[in-house]
Design a protein around this ligand. Sequence first.
Ligand code: URA
Length: 209
Amino acid sequence: MTAPIFVDHPIAQDALTVLRDARTTGTDFRAALARIALLLAAAASVRLPLAPMPLATPLEAMHAPRLTGPLPCLVPVLRAGLGLLDGFLALMPGAPVAHFGAYRDHVTLETVEYSFAAPTDLAARAAIVLDPMLATGNTASAACTRLRTAGARAISVACVLAAPEGLARLAAAHPDVAVFAVAVDRGLDERGYIRPGLGDAGDRLFGTG
Ligand code: URA
């Protein structure tokens, strides 16, 4: 298993505890996930290239750094990945957004893709897959495979919680994909849920289930 890049900022850890708490309301769940998204986005964008640009402050001329090059394509995995999207867009407002729709067959735990839409210039930019839960790793792996087929080269995955099984699976299929995570939990149960985890992220985010 490749070690994830931990986003262990105190605000992320506190927000994760709010997510784990079974008493947390949908509103508070969304807000805590949004706080984590900002910190994941900061970590996942730390190597964006900068170049000095000439400008004039009110007092004098200088060169100051601006982001250069295309922003990464953000790829929320439907549905739960949508809970991370706004935080990433807050830091990278111009980033294009692709969507990967997949569900997990509850019997086989295999990933069944039902939707993929992406900008045509994937080869020209990095891609960041957004999925709060890296559980079996099947969905993240399928999203990376799909993105590669569509031309993406540098891919990373941003999640809140990962299971060791999911990290191992993703690393086996996509050894070059970096994973950003707030925490790695004990493991999966027989239904593929991360334990101790936080339950079904999509259900808690959207009040279903
Ligand atoms: N997806 C979730 O939302 N929760 C889990 O524990 C595993 C996958």
